[in-house]
Design a protein. Structure first.
Length: 83
């Protein structure tokens, strides 16, 4: 998924055609990574005034959960559509 997001395309190993992430995949991957991270991280940092160790732990848990959910959201398309 990361390789696909960084390059924007990936060649299929079976049919050798170029595959792109679908619009829904791009949308949900951004929503899964950015929005909750920014909201939770800023809320905990500002209003709860916790230390950097707790913030690092929250970051690691968030990334782990997001990485576990991404394979279920991945859909490929033969055409390129930008988000």
């Amino acid at each position: 998924m990361f390789k696909l997001n960084f390059k924007g395309k990936q060649k299929c190993q079976n049919c050798h055609t170029v595959q792109y992430p679908s619009y829904q995949t791009q949308f949900w991957s951004y929503m899964l990574f950015l929005i909750p991270f920014v909201l939770v991280f800023n809320y905990v940092r500002i209003y709860m005034e916790v230390g950097w160790a707790i913030l690092t732990l929250i970051f690691l848990v968030h990334i782990t959960l997001a990485l576990l959910l991404i394979p279920f959201l991945l859909k490929l398309s033969n055409t390129k559509r930008s988000f």
